[in-house]
Write a protein that binds this ligand. Structure first.
Ligand SMILES: Nc1ncnc2c1ncn2[C@@H]1O[C@H](COP(=O)(O)OP(=O)(O)O)[C@@H](O)[C@H]1O
Ligand SMILES: [Mg+2]
Length: 376
């Protein structure tokens, strides 16, 4: 087998390359075993998707469960949602006796399904022709009805769930909730990034969704566990990484999973047998250099005041009150009212987020890049 870099930055591979999250794994398994729906929330790139894959990896031998994962990030409306859902079900049942796949296709037959296979991977996908609201709702009902009749318990993980708040249909949440509540054979795992998702779930005055799911707020990985994980893998590869280098990496990347993984992946790829802070610094600089063309674009696409505010927040790492006069004066940001407007627009563009009562940049590398651009 080809040697793989132990620090993955794209896909989940196996528990071997996955650091900690033991308590979270237990929480997910416990939810599934006790038929409670669960919503996993964290800012981007902290490890929600990998955690779902990790828990499915642990559960895949369980004969009493059928596990389905799908990502709705790219869907624009309920019909597309249903297509992705049907495709993931068909993909799963495809490996089962043909009878099962046949049943599902028959069931969706009235919605004129077009079945196709990905040229490269052979993964099947289905597209239903859903022309009216009634048809859309009927197809969803048909799918859940089908799932309720399965012998195995069905677990459905919907990743990037906040996307449903962008659908033109306003009743998607209620619709899903109804089917899910009526269907005691299906356990749902929703996953999504912070604010917008929570707002969409909590804004409902009756909070029915809130009552129908438990929550897992995913935090950063414990730094000590992360350090042990990193040094173990370097050691396995016959290298040594110093404590200072580990501390530097975790601090510089703010223990944010994806950024730590990316740095370690590059450091590992260097093939050096002894890694100290100098090597770690070299790697982070090369990452920032590589991204410079991407990051320079912000100066053109943002207004002068938005860019100035982004830079100011980057310089502070995070800020509780961006309209406080000390902050405005320090970075010459002008009137508080215009800063509030810029803040909203940076948030809409997903460049900053508000969490733990602080505003901060969503992209740690961009934050570090801006800090290096700062000239008084
Ligand atoms: N516990 C972990 N140990 C090692 N790598 C992880 C861990 N959690 C996530 N990753 C890696 O970090 C990156 C970001 O994780 P991802 O699950 O895509 O985040 P999210 O879904 O929250 O945006 C991925 O490359 C993933 O493989
Ligand atoms: Mg994800």
């Amino acid at each position: 087998m080809k040697a793989i870099n132990p620090f993955q930055t794209v896909e989940y591979i196996s528990p071997e390359y996955f650091c900690d999250r033991d308590a979270e794994l237990q929480q997910i398994i416990n939810s599934i075993d006790n038929q409670r729906n669960l919503t996993i929330v964290s800012q981007r790139r902290l490890g929600k998707t990998a955690l779902i894959k990790h828990s499915f990896h642990h559960l895949k031998k369980r004969k009493d469960l059928s596990l389905h994962y799908f990502d709705i990030y790219a869907t624009q409306n309920l019909a597309e949602f249903i297509n992705v859902l049907s495709s993931s079900l068909i993909g799963y049942f495809e490996s089962k006796p043909e009878k099962v796949l046949g049943q599902l296709i028959k069931l969706l037959g009235q919605f004129r399904p077009k079945l196709s296979f990905d040229e490269l991977s052979g993964t099947p996908s289905v597209e239903l022709s859903l022309q009216t609201v009634a048809e859309t709702e009927q197809s969803l009902a048909a799918i859940f009805d089908y799932l309720s009749k399965q012998k195995q318990r069905v677990v459905i993980a919907i990743d990037e769930f906040q996307q449903i708040t962008n659908y033109p249909e306003k009743n998607v949440e209620a619709l899903l909730r109804t089917h899910i509540q009526m269907n005691d054979n299906v356990t749902m795992i929703y996953s999504g990034s912070n604010r917008r998702m929570l707002v969409s779930l909590f804004n409902d005055y009756a909070r029915p969704f809130y009552q129908s799911t438990g929550f897992l707020f995913l935090d950063k990985i414990d730094p000590e566990k992360y350090k042990a994980f990193i040094s173990k893998h370097f050691k396995k590869g016959g290298r040594k990484i110093s404590d200072e280098a580990l501390n530097f990496i975790l601090d510089w990347a703010q223990v944010h999973t994806y950024y730590v993984q990316e740095i370690c992946n590059r450091l590992y790829a260097n093939g050096l047998s002894n890694i100290d802070v100098t090597e770690a610094k070299g790697v982070v600089l090369s990452i920032l250099d590589e991204r410079t063309p991407l990051y320079q674009v912000y100066k053109n696409i943002l207004t002068v005041s938005q860019y100035a505010l982004l830079m100011a927040i980057a310089m502070e790492t995070s800020i509780e009150k961006p309209n406080a006069s000390a902050f405005l004066t320090k970075y010459k940001l002008g009137a508080a009212s215009s800063v509030i407007r810029s803040l909203e627009s940076l948030e809409t563009k997903d460049l900053i987020l508000f969490e733990n009562k602080q505003y901060a940049l969503t992209d740690v590398f961009l934050m570090r890049w801006l800090q290096r651009q700062w000239k008084v």
